[in-house]
Design a protein around this ligand. Structure first.
Ligand code: ATP
Ligand code: MG
Length: 188
């Protein structure tokens, strides 16, 4: 099964992401734009993985959450941009490189990938570049111009996702998740 570990977003965040996606699509000639339910941030891409490895991956996620003892935090998505492949573009939104919360996310990924390495579970180990893909295979004639944005998204849950094409539609299914701890509430 094709697997990845991701951060998913609630409906309110996804609808703001969809607004940006739609601004891009309105200026594009063509493109493959992410369906709202598919908007996510990939933390670790495992790719084709034997189903028998799933329990070990779930344990790694649980152990990471427990030992890192990470409270939920937020990322400010402020930066839209694109990767170019030949004459097509993949548009994304990301946090500023200097955002300290990106360091927390990177540590979360380090813990997860450390666990995967220890278990001999393969994953893509290219440098981590946290982003949310809004659309791919995008072609346009005039430059795409977008207003400034700041979407403050809670990072409160890490999900193991299965990726498949069902009837030609890309479908991601959450097969396991761990919640990050809520901030402690001060009880007087
Ligand atoms: P498609 O079916 O067109 O490939 P997709 O790229 O969204 O669609 P997957 O390839 O299953 O679906 O990828 C799932 C997630 O993992 C996406 O966020 C994708 O960008 C990311 N991803 C895919 N391949 C890699 C890779 N080699 N390294 C890092 N992230 C990847
Ligand atoms: Mg892909």
């Amino acid at each position: 099964m094709r697997l990845f570990i991701a951060v998913n977003f609630d409906e309110a965040i996804k609808s703001r992401l969809v607004q940006i996606r739609d601004r891009i699509s309105a200026q594009a000639l063509r493109g493959n734009f992410s369906r709202p339910e598919n908007l996510h941030l990939t933390l670790v891409f495992l790719g084709e993985t034997p189903a028998g490895k799933v329990p070990a991956i779930c344990s790694i996620m649980t152990d990471t959450q427990r030992t890192l003892f990470l409270h939920e935090f937020t990322l400010d998505f402020t930066h839209t941009g694109c990767f170019r492949h030949s004459n097509r573009e993949l548009w994304w939104i990301a946090a500023e490189k200097t955002d300290p919360a990106l360091g927390v996310l990177a540590e979360l990924r380090r813990r997860l990938t450390g666990g995967l390495l220890a278990e001999g579970i393969a994953f893509d180990n290219r440098p981590f570049n946290a982003h949310i893909t809004l659309g791919r295979e995008i072609k346009h004639t005039s430059p795409i111009v977008l207003p400034g944005e700041k979407i403050t998204a809670p990072i409160n849950r890490i999900c193991l996702m299965k990726s498949e094409h069902i009837g030609g539609v890309l479908v991601y299914t959450e097969i396991f998740a761990v919640d990050l701890k809520r901030e402690a509430i001060n009880v007087p």
